[in-house]
Write a protein that binds this ligand. Structure first.
Ligand SMILES: Cc1cc2nc3c(=O)[nH]c(=O)nc-3n(C[C@H](O)[C@H](O)[C@H](O)COP(=O)(O)OP(=O)(O)OC[C@H]3O[C@@H](n4cnc5c(N)ncnc54)[C@H](O)[C@@H]3O)c2cc1C
Length: 452
């Protein structure tokens, strides 16, 4: 593409900003980022309370966040000195316990040993039987191929591996067929508690592209990154360094693709571009694009998680939890709507907020409404001994867009990838890879390398 091409990027989240950085690095400077909110960072959203920032969206990364690290370097941000992530575990009655400590739970020793062996086995299977599982994006997986970007070497890698088709199975079935069901005990906290759905519905491809073996082990060993000014600060720093920072508060009314160009109607004005990169939810693209029948058909298959976060303060002088806590027994579909985790960033600071996290949907089950879910989360927090003062922020997110087993297996991703570039339109953002920072940032990097 001509380096003077005028390129529109919809969305100033990690995917959109990563696309802008990569375009700029390749010499394209005529790009425009259109963001509907009055902030950049999207779901990396770190509002202020009492002089400190808390997290309403993304919280952490780890040493396998190569592409995010590249953005840190571009923007001059750093995860050094971020608050240490500490965690405890609680029972449904709110009482702390340690499900992984054999000294405190001698009767659990056989299960813990079997889990350890199965984790080792899964690690080996991923390196051998499922070679190629970890590369960016989902191209070829349903056909038993890999065709993606290796973030470690920065190279594009392709190959054939028919076993990869198994990744379309829900993660619980994938684990069962490989004799590693107990691995779910390890993968569940960073997956389900963080809103990515239940293992009986989500294809293994998503679970393992996010929590590839190395990343999962960083979570287990708590070798994690956080940012003093929150994850949003990474993207604020990037945006400040871009030649063309994002335009905020932009309402895109309509997008048409006519006469070899892209027309964007935003805030009452028409702008014309040579190409457009869409990082906003593709599910809603037909609402404002002149969508083709194929776009309508494929994007209608996308589902997403209803994942809610509330940030509360506690009553002065009342009990203050020492650290964040997981409630494993609430990570089951039967406990839909209950608090799976609460998070606080700073040790011994009673003035900070505590964030609560719940899921309200499960495939085939009735959706729990927002207010009911919020009430359930706060009841659960009270059970943990927390006396809530007030809610300072709340948010229901459009979270982790994905497709289910049948569509994954029938090649949804290859059909969408085959449309890349048609009508000068390129698709990026969470659905194209996975709903975490690293995968979305990586995908945009790969997209720019492939097409620009
Ligand atoms: C509670 C929570 C916890 C999380 N924890 C982690 C974590 O610990 N680690 C991790 O790596 N990831 C985590 N994530 C996920 C991570 O934040 C997202 O995967 C990542 O932000 C996705 O980037 P994106 O740019 O694809 O989408 P988004 O971040 O959603 O950004 C999309 C942007 O597009 C804008 N937009 C949407 N529609 C339009 C439109 N029509 N016009 C203009 N602009 C539009 C949005 O306002 C937004 O700014 C978490 C997210 C949440 C919500």
């Amino acid at each position: 593409m001509d380096k003077n091409a005028k390129i529109c990027i919809i969305g100033g989240g990690p995917a959109g900003l990563s696309a802008a950085v990569q375009l700029e690095k390749k010499g394209y400077t005529n790009y425009t980022i259109l963001e509907k909110e009055n902030w950049v960072g999207g779901k990396c959203h770190s509002p202020h309370h009492d002089g400190k920032r808390f997290e309403m969206g993304a919280i952490m990364g780890c040493p396998t966040y190569y592409a995010v690290h590249e953005l840190e370097e571009f923007g001059g941000a750093s995860h050094e000195g971020g608050p240490k992530l500490e965690r405890s575990y609680r029972r449904l009655n709110g009482k702390p316990y340690d499900p992984f400590d054999p000294k405190r739970n001698p009767f659990l020793i056989p299960r813990l040993l079997r889990t350890k062996n199965q984790v080792k086995k899964l690690g080996t299977l991923l390196k051998t039987k499922y070679k190629g599982y970890e590369y960016t994006g989902h191209r070829g997986v349903a056909e038993g191929r890999y065709d993606g970007f290796d973030p470690v070497t920065g190279e594009h890698v392709t190959g054939v591996n028919p076993n990869l088709k198994d990744l379309a199975l829900p993660f619980d079935k994938f684990c069962k067929m490989n004799g590693v069901s107990l691995c779910q005990d390890i993968w569940i906290a960073p997956f389900t508690a963080f809103g990515y759905g239940y293992f009986d519905e989500i294809p293994a491809a998503y679970v393992l592209k996010y929590l590839d073996f190395e990343t999962a082990m960083y979570f287990v060993n708590k070798n994690l990154w956080t940012w003093i000014e929150g994850t949003q600060s990474i993207y604020e720093c990037v945006n400040n360094k871009l030649k063309n920072p994002a335009r905020l508060n932009v309402n895109i009314e309509k997008v048409t693709r006519e006469n070899g160009k892209v027309q964007v109607y935003a805030n009452g004005k028409k702008e014309e571009y040579d190409a457009i990169i869409v990082t906003s939810p593709l599910q809603y693209l037909p609402d404002y694009f002149d969508a083709t029948d194929k776009e309508k058909e494929l994007f209608a298959k996308i589902d997403y998680e209803r994942y809610d976060v509330t940030a509360i303060t506690i009553k002065k002088g009342s009990y203050y939890p020492e650290m964040s806590s997981y409630v494993f027994d609430n990570m089951k579909p039967e406990r839909l709507g209950h608090m799976m985790v609460f998070y606080l960033r700073w040790k011994n600071e009673p003035n900070q907020v505590i964030s609560t996290y719940i899921l309200r949907n499960h495939n085939g089950k009735e959706l729990i409404d927002y207010e009911t879910g919020k009430k359930m989360a706060w009841e659960d927090l009270k059970t943990c001994g927390v006396d809530i003062d007030k809610c300072v922020y709340e948010r229901k997110w459009y979270y982790f867009p994905h497709v289910f087993q049948e569509d994954y297996a029938s090649g949804w991703y290859d059909k969408v990838e085959a449309m890349q570039g048609n009508l000068n339109t390129y698709y990026a953002g969470e659905i194209m890879s996975f709903g975490d920072m690293e995968e979305t940032v990586q995908y945009s990097k790969d997209l720019v390398a492939r097409f620009f």
